[in-house]
Design a protein around this ligand. Structure first.
Ligand code: BGC
Length: 729
């Protein structure tokens, strides 16, 4: 009611101003005049505000809204989760669902799936579509995307992030942010920074050296800010170097605002603010979600009192208010922004395309995939994830969707007319419950036995398992407790194999899992969480309508201990006595596996196709480059198989003669190339020499070491095809 009233008053005031303006009686106030530059409008607005009005801009007035200035017709801001779709409306001052009937959205694939496309064009389409949905729903700030680096497979929120490689995440985040913001909706890139686990997320103090911070954990945020011009950043819950990230002098003031020149707004994570003076002086601009009445927020009445007592300079308030007014001007006071659209068939198609391009064919020995319906009478579809609604659960990214096609529905739609499809759940997990594990139904043996019977009577078994969005699977506030598949799936897979060797395992998850049965299963597919169109995308890949082209955005280790974060005991994960030290340093993900020679189960960048590609020998335009030059690597890529398909050609760099420790190899360029059967194309990858720099802790800056660099082209971080060496002067 309050919201409707404020909105109505705001609109009335703006309409009145505009009509008076049109009739020539009153000049539109400068701050409301869309023809004037943003900075002029912001300064004009700021000069008109009282201290109380400025402070009202700096904290929540509702669960997902912060105030505007009703007296001047400056609208409030409306925010919404999250990275995969626009969340359902909630109550004014709680997270209780509001039960609106017009907020069922398109669920886009989880960000791991987007990252697995290795295709920035897909990231742009995704950002544009989700931005349109946010705009239609009158949201000014979309709380996403998330770009925290995948450090351990146990992190409950990896599915909301873009994998383990800082370069990949940087390339993918920029077009997402641009696509969203073209709608006049701010992207709020989260969670800045070092929020790499859910365990103890609101308290853990992450210690990481400056080099790893700069080379691994910050680049995607830096790209979002400098390349994507992100208008908002969300502070993380955890601490870094003793200070909460939502009021962290080093991260927010020095790095983000001063060094990177961020002109946007730092928004706290919900409940991530802990102190008035700290928050005011160490970089936070808008406080959200504190579990107190809105006036008792740290940046509300107590901030006003601190300014009045002279403890905090009003200039500090001006600086924050200026940023918030800039955000309002860029978004809700931009009269030229488009209107948006919601739950359209175009958005469903975008979601489906991303899901299809992100699906990774991990293994395909034998001829099970693509499915040939002419040779099959019965397919056994086994597993709870064949029918479970996976847009539900997981925490703040949970969605209320207009529709969600399950894998079983997708398969029935595509193959049902030609093949008999029989489903058995095989296992069951509990219903979704935020922050709690509810017991699974007690009929595990009966479910397994039924599934084995169904599998024995089919020519092909498609097993749909993995994780789900339950607490301690892929979900907020808690990490996974172990690396194995849950709910007895390993045993079920073994029993299915005992009656039918033609088993395809399709994993729906945002995380790597152990695969003790790997040698006996001929085909394995990683299908992530595909959103509204998940089932259609999966069916189209399995039946060969779409040739898979996704690549893993993170390493699957054989055992949990093989992952770098788990190689140093509890000090490095999940932390001891509230402190966690990232002892693996810069050797995160494949950097660890390759440098320490720890074989992965599946390597970063791995992903098969139904066709095959041949990599020609690469050449560079020169042998020697200055530090400000761009290295151009050319090679021929040929589809020498029997089906059209796309390949992600990857380029990794090693610095064999480096004086400082460097990872064995690092991704520095990639491109996705579509090729018809028999077609050859020349691939040109460009690497500015500056991309080869490392962070030099002695000078606190990037340094390009002169010397030899080996450029390696390949189909994954482990499947290197050719090498060429250049010298940087
Ligand atoms: C999450 C954020 C989310 C916010 C609002 C927090 O618990 O960490 O990612 O945007 O809630 O729902």
């Amino acid at each position: 009611m309050k919201k409707i009233l404020i909105t109505a008053l705001t609109v009335a005031l703006l309409v009145a101003c505009a009509s008076l303006h049109a009739s020539g009686q009153v000049a539109l106030p400068l701050y409301a005049d869309d023809t004037r530059p943003v900075e002029e409008r912001v300064e004009d607005a700021l000069a008109r505000l009282t201290l109380e009005e400025k402070i009202a801009l700096l904290h929540g007035q509702a669960t997902f809204s912060s105030a505007g200035v009703p007296r001047l017709g400056i609208p409030e801001l409306w925010m919404s989760d999250g990275p995969h779709g626009v969340r359902a409306e909630v109550a004014w001052s709680s997270f209780a669902e509001a039960h609106w009937t017009n907020d069922s959205c398109t669920a886009f694939p989880a960000l791991t799936a987007l990252a697995a496309t290795f295709n920035p064009d897909m990231a742009y389409l995704y950002g544009k579509a989700i931005g349109e949905e946010a705009r239609y729903r009158k949201k000014d700030v979309l709380l996403g995307p998330g770009v925290n680096i995948y450090r351990t497979p146990l992190n409950g929120r990896n599915f909301e992030y873009m994998g383990e490689d800082p370069y990949l995440a940087s390339v993918m985040v920029v077009p997402y942010v641009r696509g969203v913001q073209e709608n006049g909706v701010a992207a709020c890139v989260k969670h800045f920074a070092l929020n790499n686990q859910e365990e103890a997320r609101t308290s853990v103090d992450v210690r990481v050296n400056e080099r790893a911070l700069r080379e691994i954990y910050l680049p995607a945020f830096h790209a979002a800010v400098t390349g994507g011009n992100a208008w908002a950043i969300m502070g993380a819950y955890n601490r870094h170097a003793g200070e909460y990230c939502c009021h962290n002098e080093r991260l927010l003031q020095q790095i983000l605002k001063q060094e990177w020149g961020f002109t946007g707004v730092v928004i706290s994570d919900w409940g991530g603010t802990h102190d008035t003076h700290e928050a005011a002086l160490k970089g936070l601009d808008i406080e959200m979600g504190t579990r107190k009445p809105f006036t008792a927020y740290y940046l509300a009445d107590s901030l006003l009192a601190a300014v009045r007592r002279g403890e905090i300079d009003e200039k500090v308030i001006d600086e924050k208010a200026r940023r918030v007014l800039r955000l309002i001007t860029r978004t809700v006071m931009n009269t030229r922004r488009p209107w948006g659209s919601f739950a359209t068939s175009e958005h469903a198609e975008t979601g489906r395309r991303v899901a299809e391009e992100g699906i990774v064919l991990l293994k395909n020995d034998g001829a099970l995939l693509p499915i040939d319906p002419s040779r099959i009478k019965t397919i056994a579809v086994i597993g709870e994830n064949a029918t479970r609604r996976l847009t539900i659960g997981g925490g703040s990214s949970e969605l209320k969707v207009k529709r969600e096609i399950s894998p079983l529905e997708g398969l029935r739609e595509r193959l049902g007319g030609r093949v008999k499809i029989v489903h058995a759940a095989g296992y069951a997990s509990g219903p979704p419950a935020y922050g709690r594990v509810l017991p699974a139904p007690g009929n595990a043996d009966a479910l397994r036995e039924e599934a084995v019977k169904v599998a024995a009577n089919a020519e092909l078994v498609l097993f749909f398992g993995g994780l789900n969005k339950n607490y301690r699977q892929d979900s907020e506030e808690g990490d996974r407790l172990d690396y194995n598949l849950p709910f007895g799936q390993d045993r079920l897979i073994e029993e299915l194999l005992a009656v039918n060797k033609n088993v395809v395992v399709v994993l729906l998850s945002g995380n790597a899992v152990a695969m003790p049965w790997i040698r006996r299963v001929p085909a394995i597919v990683q299908a992530w969480y595909g959103g509204s169109e998940a089932g259609n995308a999966i069916a189209r890949v399995l039946d060969g309508t779409v040739n898979p082209s996704g690549k893993l955005p993170f390493t699957f280790p054989v055992r949990l201990e093989d992952n770098a974060a788990h190689a140093f005991g509890t000090t490095a994960y999940p932390g001891e006595n509230g402190v966690e030290s990232y002892l693996e340093d810069i050797l995160v993900g494949y950097r660890w596996h390759d440098t320490r020679r720890v074989p992965p189960l599946f390597a970063f960048g791995h992903g098969l196709s139904y066709t095959t590609f041949e990599y020609g020998k690469p050449s560079t335009d020169k042998k020697t480059y200055a530090r400000d030059e761009v290295i151009r690597v050319r090679f021929a890529l040929r589809n020498n198989g029997k089906m059209a398909g796309s390949e992600v050609a990857q380029l990794y760099v090693s610095a064999p003669g480096a004086l400082v420790p460097r990872p064995a190899k690092e991704l520095k360029a990639f491109t996705k190339v579509a090729l018809q059967t028999g077609e050859t194309r020349e691939v040109i990858l460009e690497i500015p020499a500056s991309r080869l720099a490392y962070w030099d802790e002695t000078t606190s800056g990037w340094k390009i070491e002169p010397g030899k660099y080996t450029l390696q082209t390949g189909s994954s971080s482990r499947d290197i095809k050719h090498r060429v060496t250049v010298t940087i002067l």
